[in-house]
Design a protein around this ligand. Structure first.
Ligand code: AMP
Length: 316
């Protein structure tokens, strides 16, 4: 691991109200960019573009900066920060969105700082697909473009999302979203259909069951690590994306354009999937960003070994 390309991450920064079996947690730090940035900064330089309100703590921005995250792309606007509220079922396997308040996000027009615009890898966190497209219009052609999305946009902004997919190298969604996007129940057929919409590689997350990668090398599956205590699954998807992109960044030099990006994906996406799964499993061990904020390579590497051991035929 040597080259460590910087990664531009665009997404939401949020306050979340979480109803968990273990209790209710109000005003928890959340947001797709927040989780992904904390996660990816374990491995490489991250540049964040997001918007927060005047109620957002400066201390959080400082804690990102303390991990080497470039925060000049975080715009502070007058008004309230984006808010999301969710309730989890007793088994933590499914959740219901109770409330989404866009607040300052409603008028967000991402402005990519000049230095960040040349980032070789771009992770478009889960935000409105029109905003994701707006970001791509400002960055030329990075070597690898990765996008996350959610049902909210698949159902509400399908046309804009589908046109974005043509410009994306890796799409990360969960199984339910893959079914909604393709209209096909069988996951393998759904993946084939979605890849026809544009993404060279497709990652389908399956919650505690792990994730699958569909690309030109075939199909790869990584298990989720079976934890004894899952505390809060919020941000697992964004942490997966952050861990995946951070691990991939080790193999991207910034040279060689999209051909080198594709080569890095072919050679290293499977390993990066294991890092994504390891990072996500660390995230869900605490409430909100509590664990992912403090993540270090040693704890991710330890979890990577535990995950690899799950399918090691000769036990150590
Ligand atoms: P995950 O559990 O990985 O799906 O991510 C949860 C995070 O996504 C929470 O911290 C929310 O603040 C954020 N989030 C939820 N809905 C949206 C949305 N519509 N747009 C942007 N971020 C969102």
């Amino acid at each position: 691991m040597k080259s460590r390309a910087p990664v531009l991450i665009v997404g939401s920064m949020a306050f979340d109200d979480l109803e968990l079996p273990s209790g209710n947690f109000k005003d928890t730090l959340g947001g797709s960019a927040t989780y992904a940035a904390f996660a990816a900064s374990t491995f490489t330089e991250v540049r964040v573009v997001a918007i927060v309100g005047d109620d957002f703590p400066e201390a959080t921005i400082k804690s990102l900066a303390a991990r080497g995250v470039r925060t000049e792309g975080i715009e502070r606007a007058k008004g309230k920060t984006f808010r999301w509220a969710g309730r989890y079922d007793a088994d933590l396997a499914s959740r219901t969105t109770l409330d989404t308040q866009l607040n300052v996000f409603a008028d967000f027009a991402p402005k990519i700082p000049a230095e960040s615009a040349s980032s070789p890898i771009v992770l478009l966190g889960n935000i409105h697909p029109a905003l994701q497209a707006d970001v791509l219009n400002q960055v030329g052609r990075p070597q690898i473009i990765i996008a996350d999305t959610m049902n909210f946009w698949i159902k509400g902004e399908r046309e804009k999302l589908v046109s974005l997919l043509n410009r994306v190298d890796v799409l990360i969604i969960n199984d339910e979203e893959a079914r909604d996007l393709s209209g096909i129940h069988n996951i393998r057929k759904a993946a084939l259909e979605i890849r026809k919409m544009g993404p060279h590689s497709l990652i389908i997350k399956r919650g505690e069951h792990g994730a699958m990668l569909f690309d030109d090398t075939g199909i790869f599956a990584v298990p989720g690590f079976p934890l004894e205590d899952v505390v809060d699954p919020t941000g697992a998807g964004d942490s997966f994306a952050g861990g995946f992109v951070g691990a991939l960044a080790q193999h991207v030099t910034g040279e060689g354009g999209t051909a080198a990006g594709r080569e890095a994906l072919s050679k290293h996406a499977r390993t990066a999937m294991i890092y994504g799964s390891a990072t996500a499993s660390r995230c869900v061990e605490g409430v909100g960003t509590a664990k992912v904020e403090l993540l270090d390579t040693a704890s991710v590497e330890a979890r990577v070994l535990q995950i690899r051991a799950l399918f090691e035929l000769t036990p150590a």
